[in-house]
Design a protein around this ligand. Structure first.
Ligand code: MN
Ligand code: MN
Length: 286
């Protein structure tokens, strides 16, 4: 083969391949190329969709938060939300715990009373105090699809302390992304150990985890996450004997991914994910 042949034909071959690649992209755009809803800006950790044939990973994408619901556990796998200053205001806590009637027809709707007398709190995943801009937005956090049976000391102290700490970043020019959830089976509330509530319709998780990403207020958030972005990840026992110091439960995002099978922060560039997910935060806790 002459050098001339290579010089003439290789660019033509490259052009043909490029055109083929472009044509393929136009026909079948990658799902990750679609714009993500606000609360899934950093990714959809389980690839959840609003497909009732996927009852263990059913996407509920609400204006106030997004979640993957597990019909047979009666709790979410994960809940994800954006918390910027615009989400906070003066709306009062509505306390209107209620079933979520947006679930597919025929699915059991966990009731406001499903946890009554169990020794576990109706623990918010997306907290009431993160949605105080309007009454409607606050009320949305009281849907039972946003709850998990949480040991009272975990909910009211350990978890609540981290929720407060997350909100504290808003006052210093930051916005926050939070993804949390629970896994495993069996926890210990104020009436002792239990695996389920409401005649088996609600699973008591063994562990409650949370991942927090703190960014200065800005745009194009997934691409702004860098190796110096502060990420706080905790994995706590759902046991009323736990410590109230959330900092003692810090772990890496990688550890939560291994425990849950989720891919967290999947919209963050892969090289950045690899670095930040391996780290365990050791910053201040208040
Ligand atoms: Mn709570
Ligand atoms: Mn990840």
């Amino acid at each position: 083969m002459s050098k001339d042949f290579i010089r003439l034909r290789l660019p033509a071959l490259a052009l043909a391949l490029l055109l083929a690649a472009c044509r393929k992209e136009a026909v079948a755009p990658s799902p990750t190329a679609q714009p993500l809803p606000e609360h899934l800006t950093l990714g959809n950790p389980s690839g959840a969709t609003a497909d009732e044939n996927q009852p263990t990973n059913y996407l509920l994408s609400k204006p106030q938060y997004a979640l993957s619901y597990h019909r047979d556990r009666g709790i979410p796998n994960w809940v994800s939300w954006h918390l910027g200053p615009e989400w906070r205001g003066s709306a009062a806590r509505q306390d209107d715990f209620r079933p979520d009637d947006t679930l597919p027809a025929g699915w059991y709707q966990v009731q406001a009373t499903s946890y009554t007398g169990s020794g576990f709190d109706r623990g918010h995943n997306c907290p009431s105090a993160d949605r105080t801009n309007t009454v409607a937005d606050n009320s949305a956090t009281f849907l039972m699809t946003n709850m998990m049976p949480q040991a009272p000391r975990n909910n009211q102290q350990t978890w609540a302390n981290l929720e407060d700490y997350c909100r504290s970043f808003l006052g210093t020019g930051n916005e926050v992304y939070v993804i949390c959830g629970s896994y495993g089976r069996g926890g210990t509330g104020t009436n002792g150990y239990a695996t389920t509530l409401d005649q088996g319709r609600v699973t008591v998780p063994a562990r409650c985890w949370k991942v927090v990403v703190i960014l200065p207020v800005g745009t194009d958030d997934a691409n702004r996450v860098s190796t110096s972005t502060r990420i706080i990840a905790i994995d706590t026992p759902n046991d009323n004997g736990l410590s109230t110091a959330w900092g003692s439960y810090r772990t890496s995002v990688d550890a939560i991914e291994s425990a849950t099978g989720l891919d967290l922060l999947s919209a963050v560039p892969a090289a950045v994910q690899q670095a930040i997910e391996a780290r365990t935060d050791n910053g201040p806790t208040s």
